[in-house]
Write a protein that binds this ligand. Structure first.
Ligand code: 5GP
Length: 121
């Protein structure tokens, strides 16, 4: 599968559709999820064209990977969840139920979270 430049996060990166921006650096953009699952639910995406975490790990430069991970930390700090805790989720592929085919990490917190995996559906 090749990267689809028409995916919704690519459109957000190009400024074609709006987002509620939380943080940005040279290599990453972070914005609030449109359907939040908790008081804090931020999506962090790399600025490069990467479909999944594996694609990102295989092809991104060390600078992009560092910039992305620093953005994850900056979002946790900005959201005030460094002490209370939070969860990072990266869905991939069909079994992982990845909806948007641009690599992203969900940073979720602001309340006591439930079990890591809900009952199978
Ligand atoms: P995935 O299942 O791919 O890991 O999650 C994709 C996430 O993107 C979902 O949590 C969904 O609510 C969010 N999302 C989908 N479309 C938009 C959008 O247009 N704007 C924002 N901010 N979030 C979106």
């Amino acid at each position: 599968m090749s990267y689809d430049p028409q995916n919704i996060f690519a459109k957000i990166l190009r400024g074609e559709i709006p987002c509620d921006r939380v943080f940005e650096n040279e290599h990453a953009l972070a914005f609030n999820d449109i359907r939040p699952q908790a008081p804090v639910h931020v999506l962090i995406i790399p600025k490069g064209d990467y479909e999944s975490s594996s694609d990102f790990a295989a092809k991104a430069s060390p600078e992009e990977i560092a910039g992305f991970m620093r953005a994850v930390h900056a979002v946790a700090e900005k959201a005030g969840v460094l002490d209370s805790g939070y969860r990072l989720i990266a869905n991939a592929g069909e079994d992982g139920r990845q909806e948007v085919q641009h690599f992203h990490i969900h940073l979720i917190g602001g309340r006591r979270l439930g079990a890591m995996l809900p009952p199978s559906r």
